[in-house]
Design a protein around this ligand. Structure first.
Ligand code: CUA
Length: 344
């Protein structure tokens, strides 16, 4: 048994080691894509290097001691018993303390640096809730600050611009984390926290809730979509335009059904269904639903019709989903889908 373990140990160790490797990992904090994440990475690299040196030093000394002072076959003598060594103990107390002090000298200013609100930049309000993210863009509102653009699960930003996030929670503690753009920050009910974000280049950066918040904590994903100036203006213009209300066919029937089934009580669609409060969306704003890639906490692909229909059949497929909708017939699902499809 012992021998088999000895044979398996290196393989297990290697498997564990290799499990840390991934090419193009989407949430790799060690591959920063913006100045805030880079500040953290710049700190991580040298500290990690020092940690590796300390690790091998300590492990090396342990190995040396084990081998050099091991019991030999002809060795029957009881070793000399030592009780403490003041000089050594003082040494291995002071040395790590000095080391941590040096790390602290570099870390503390960065902590202040990261929480500093940039002088210029764009404001976005982030609302975490079970189990999805709402993003509200007050400066881009069509009718000023009272009617901001609102998206769900996808945070759209211009690349190269510092983004000032105002973090709020509607229920429990969540944590906003887009690893390639900045570290994580708690989102606490009853409090407003500020956090920054910036992407160097256009691209899509994934993230997720990083604080256990309930059954679907692991399904509370998000995407940060960074645009170049031209596509950013395009996106804003599109968001500021209300989708056309369907007047005939399946989509128009779905539009009516949207109210009959109570959807409009929670979901806002700009220019069509305004019952739901825009400041505090209890359910994702669906105004431009089909300009997004994902829905339901970014868990499902919006462009896969089967996923959308499966959701309408049973929103509880995402554990803990707060969406309540009665049993729909397949015919009703077709009509609702036809309507949702017009929300571009
Ligand atoms: Cu929200 Cu975990």
């Amino acid at each position: 048994m012992m021998r088999r373990w000895k044979q398996a140990a290196p393989v297990l160790a290697l498997a564990l080691f290799l499990s840390g490797c991934a090419k193009d990992a989407p949430q790799d904090a060690l591959d920063p894509a913006g100045p805030y994440a880079r500040k953290i990475d710049d700190l991580f690299d040298p500290v990690f290097l020092v940690a590796v040196v300390v690790f091998f030093l300590v492990q090396g000394i342990i190995l040396f001691a084990i081998i050099r002072f091991r019991r030999r076959h002809d060795d029957d003598e009881f070793p000399a018993q030592i009780h403490g060594n003041t000089r050594l103990e003082v040494g291995w107390t002071i040395l790590p303390a000095v080391l941590l002090g040096v790390v602290g000298i570099f870390t503390v200013p960065k902590i202040f640096d990261l929480t500093d609100t940039p002088k210029v930049g764009m404001d976005v309000t982030v609302t975490g809730q079970k189990y999805w993210w709402a993003f509200s863009y007050p400066e881009q509102g069509q009718y000023g600050i009272d009617a901001p653009i609102i998206t769900a699960n996808e945070l759209h930003i211009p690349a190269g611009v510092p983004i000032k996030l105002e973090l709020r929670s509607k229920d429990v503690i969540h944590s906003f984390w887009a690893p390639r753009l900045n570290g994580k920050h708690d989102v606490v009910p009853g409090r407003i926290h500020y956090w920054n974000l910036e992407a160097d280049h256009p691209g899509v950066y994934s993230g997720q809730c990083a604080e256990f918040c309930g059954t679907s904590h692991a399904n509370m994903l998000l995407k940060v979509v960074a645009h170049d100036p031209a596509t950013w203006d395009q996106w804003v213009a599109q968001m500021q335009t209300d989708p056309t209300e369907p007047t005939s066919g399946l989509a128009a029937e779905g539009h009516d059904l949207f109210q009959q089934k109570g959807c409009a009580g929670c979901h806002r669609v700009a220019g069509q269904w305004e019952e739901a409060s825009p400041d505090s969306p209890p359910a994702p704003d669906l105004t431009h639903l089909f300009t997004r890639d994902c829905f339901a906490g970014c868990l499902y692909d919006i462009n896969d019709r089967n996923e959308v229909e499966a959701w309408l059949r049973n929103p509880q497929r995402k554990a803990g989903s707060l969406m309540r909708i009665g049993k729909l017939t397949e015919d009703e699902i077709d009509r609702l889908y036809a309507y949702l499809r017009t929300l571009e």
